[in-house]
Design a protein around this ligand. Sequence first.
Ligand SMILES: Cc1cc2nc3c(=O)[nH]c(=O)nc-3n(C[C@H](O)[C@H](O)[C@H](O)COP(=O)(O)O)c2cc1C
Length: 300
Amino acid sequence: MNMILTRKVPSNAERYFSTGVSMITSRGTKGHNVMAAEWVTQISYNPILIAIFIHNGSQTMKNIGKTKEFGVNVASTDQTTEVNVAGGYSGSEIDKLKIKNVFKTIEPQKIKTVMISGCTINAECKLVRKEKMGDHVMLVGKAVHIKHDDTKSPLIYHRGRYFSLDSTIEHDRKEVKVSKETLEFFSHLSHEKFVLKCAGVLVKSGHGIMVIKWPKTEFETIPFIISQTGKNQRDLLIEFLNKTGFDIQVNTEPIMKRLVLRNKNKVQRINFVLFNGKSKKLSLGAMWKPIHLDVIANSV
Ligand SMILES: Cc1cc2nc3c(=O)[nH]c(=O)nc-3n(C[C@H](O)[C@H](O)[C@H](O)COP(=O)(O)O)c2cc1C
């Protein structure tokens, strides 16, 4: 008799995510504890909320359920030993923090659970939400105290191996060093927005771009043009400029240019739609404000 056996082979595709690794500190009846967790992510800037995903059988889960607080200690590249111990043993069987020469703890500022020294980020969190998600439980903590050590580099985790961030990849959002005045100009235009979206005209003569400045009111730019599937970018831009009353001739197909302008530690992100063109007539006494960004002009 012929028997065909079929076996479902799992693809394990879910095991190919890349993450960082954190060490979650907690405390309970067995004292302070630490576990390794790769499923840790920030989910809100203001307030700072951090979600961690923890399995129910862990000592950490029991501890946080009782104290409603935990520490998120984002591991640095120097801490593979700490992570292996934190992730390889349970606090229910061993006091990991007391193992000789592995962890160095620091006193917390706003919670009562110890934190780990030598990390890139230490966030002291108060539990604000707990929800079962499949075979893990999501615990959301509000950071009540957070600090970052920029001398340390984060540890990256992928398929059971550790990596470091020692190379960057060129991408379409370039970082450009600009003067204080240029940065202030664009930050002002953005009205505190994280990303300023605007259109600008490339100026051949000055190796720069121009955006609109209204003399009486605030600075203004021509806002970003939302593209529509199947529609030509240039036609959309012309249509948009006509609608807004700007009498500008668009000579070329618009170019998308994403930049991060930096002056010392201040940055402004900008998504430009740039085009070669010239203004026929400006309405309402508006003026052109030339912005000299050699890098933009040279790279388009
Ligand atoms: C690199 C690494 C990442 C891990 N990530 C998680 C995670 O995100 N969630 C989780 O529940 N367990 C994770 N674990 C497993 C726990 O760290 C492990 O079960 C630990 O023993 C729990 O400790 P505890 O019982 O003292 O809380 C990870 C382990 C390692 C080594």
